[in-house]
Every structure is written in C-alpha cells, then in structure tokens.
Design a protein around this ligand. Structure first.
Ligand SMILES: [Zn+2]
Length: 373
C-alpha cells in the first residue's frame, strides 16, 4: 500500500468512526468525540464539516455545560437516506421503508400470491412505488430495496430455491425487474435475525428462531450472520423433532416446522395469529390445548438449540411477537429439559416485533451505506 492510499484509508476510517459514534450517542459534542476516539480536535472538526456537507450529521442545540461555554450538540440526520424492505411470502407481500436508525417510516401489507410471471413483478413494483409516493419519501434518498425470501439463496444471492414458493432455481432479479432501485436478496429468517441485532438490545451472539408460517432461523456469531458452507445455516425448521412424525412441507416427517409453524395456531382463528392468542388468553379450551402442545414441542426445539449453541435463543417471527406473556411458561418447560442447569433464562423474546424480515432486508442497504461513509 502506498503512502497516499494509506492516508486516505486513515481519513476514511476516522470519518466512519466519528459518524458511528454520533449515531450511537444521539447527541455529542466535538470535544467528546475527540476524547472518546483519541483523535485531535481539528481532525474531528474537519470530519464533522464533511459529514454535515453530505447531509449526514447536523447541529442540534447545545449540550448542558459542566462549566464554561455550552458545547454544540451533533446528531445524526435520521432520514438522510432510507431503504425499502420487502418480505415475500407465499400469499402476501409486506413492504417497509426504514431510515438510518432502522426505524420503520412507512409500511404496507397486501395479499399477493407469489408467481414467477411478469404480472407478479409488475404488481410488486406498483405496491412499492405507491407506498413511497403516498408517504412522501424522497425517492432520491432511497438507497435500494432489500428482498427477503422464504428460501435458500445461492452464495451470490442471484437464485433462490424454495419449498414454500413455486420458485425453484428462480432468478431473483426477475422478481424485482420493474423496480427502479438496486436490489439485494436474502433469506427471510436471516433478515429477521439481522433486524433483531439492530434493535441494540440483543447480545452479540445468539440464535434466532423464527416462528412464522414456516420455521427458520439465524445464527448470529459476534454480530455477524453465520451462513454455513452452503447458505443453509439456521434452517432449524427441518431439524427432526419427532422421528417418523407429522409430515413437513419439505417432504420429510417430524421436522420442527411440522410442530412449531405459526399456521398451526393461526389456522384455529381464521388465519389470524393475534386472534388465536386473544382466544387462548380468554380461556378458549381448544386454543389452550393447541398452545400447550405447541409449547412442549417448542421447548424441546429450544433446548436442542441451547445444547448445540450454548447461547441465548431468541424467539421471533409471528409467534415471537406474541410470546412475552408466555415466556416464563416456555422457560420453565425448557429448563426441565436442560442437561446442565435447570434454568431457562437464556430463552428471550424478540424486540423487533413488526415485519422483522422486511426490516432486516432493508437494513442490508443501510448497513452497506454506513460502511461506505
Ligand atoms: Zn422439513
């Protein structure tokens, strides 16, 4: 590496560290930045000027003084850029727009049965474009669209194989061919795991168990997604829970998915998972029996994950969003199965409750952009 390149790298690294510190702190002064990053005040001032010129950082009042002149507070511009997140399921599409903090600023969910034809791709583009225009989001500030799919992506993210969608070997780009944005694709449960990481309330290493209409998961090691040798890590839905048991949509018998997918519950309430929980909590006997059975299988699955990974297991997906009231029950059932300690406190409930797969897919663009600052 020559001297000029190396000094450019140092400059860029400083700017990036300064941006991330401002983003993390909410409000911070230049002097605090200099002190915390061990960078000179003129360097901080120059970088802050650059970030302000780029519209990424702004001044936001003064900080309380500890004596002397009050320091100017710097804050990140939340809506400097946004990204679209799309979660494609067999029968629906969910679309969100998230800002630089990962906060959802616009959302839509529509029935849209998946198909590989151009009518589907056109409708998808229309749903996204309408959401963007209706919510008044600056189109030029949109970094791109992230698309979460219930399937296995090849390592380049170009093709998807799926048991859930009629899309085996389908070119991802064909799905988004009428969208005006650069698109990236990812597995839906992996995206949800990333969204959980972004809440800032998860540990650095955890297993995310996504309990939606199919069961999937994500392995987050040291804040990075572990994809495995062939992009299939975290496919917890197809671990065998009951040998020779109920039929799974993958063709095997006894998979976790056959016992823990959210449809087993929502189907008892007209396809509405919130209604299922409401009925069950109001004392509906058949809902309570189904929940009791479901929780026993879930506790077994959770204990297996704990034995394999020895880290927190975060319950996510449609069921995870309703799990808070029932967490103690699940923990007790899991603790009874634990070989080492009768303690289920490692089981946690997800913090990203709203469309985690769509949010996580959008965050792929936000993350990439922040890396480039
Ligand atoms: Zn299966």
């Amino acid at each position: 590496m020559n001297g000029a390149a190396s000094s450019m790298d140092v400059k860029k690294e400083n700017r990036n560290r300064i941006y991330r510190l401002i983003a993390r702190n909410g409000l911070i002064s230049k002097a605090d930045i200099a002190r915390r990053l061990h960078v000179s005040l003129p360097t901080v001032a120059q970088n802050v000027r650059d970030l302000m010129t780029g519209g990424l950082v702004r001044e936001n009042g003064n900080l309380e003084s500890t004596g002397g002149r009050k320091a100017v507070a710097l804050t990140r511009v939340k809506n400097a850029r946004t990204a679209v997140g799309i979660d494609i399921t067999r029968l629906h599409v969910a679309v969100v727009v998230v800002d630089m903090e990962g906060e959802v600023v616009a959302r839509a969910r529509k029935p849209l049965p998946f198909a590989t034809n151009s009518a589907y791709a056109r409708t998808l583009a229309r749903v996204v474009n309408r959401l963007v225009s209706d919510s008044g989001i600056e189109k030029n500030g949109i970094l791109g669209a992230g698309v979460a799919l219930p399937g296995i992506l090849d390592p380049d993210g170009r093709k998807v194989d799926s048991y859930v969608l009629p899309a085996d070997g389908h070119e991802c780009a064909a799905i988004t061919r009428y969208l005006d944005y650069p698109c990236v694709f990812c597995n839906d449960a992996n995206a949800a795991g990333l969204a959980e990481l972004w809440t800032g309330q998860s540990p650095d290493t955890f297993v995310y168990l996504s309990l939606s209409n199919s069961v999937g998961g994500a392995v987050i090691l040291d804040r990075k997604l572990y994809s495995g040798g062939s992009e299939r890590a975290g496919e917890f839905g197809h671990l065998t829970l009951v040998r020779g048991g109920d039929r799974c949509y993958c063709g095997k018998r006894g998979c976790i998915d056959a016992y823990c997918n959210a449809g087993l519950l929502s189907d008892l309430a007209g396809g509405n998972i919130a209604a299922f929980f409401q009925n069950m909590e109001l004392g509906d006997r058949s809902a309570q029996a189904a929940w009791n059975r479901y929780l026993d299988y879930l506790a077994t699955a959770v204990n297996d994950l704990r034995m394999a990974f020895d880290c927190d297991v975060i319950i996510g997906g449609y069921v995870g969003a309703h799990m808070a009231k029932h967490l103690d029950d699940l923990r007790q059932r899991a603790a009874k199965l634990d070989t080492f300690l009768p303690d289920g406190s490692y089981v946690k409930v997800c913090r990203c409750l709203f469309e985690p797969s769509a949010v996580g897919a959008a965050l792929l663009h936000i993350e990439r952009f922040i890396d480039s600052i």
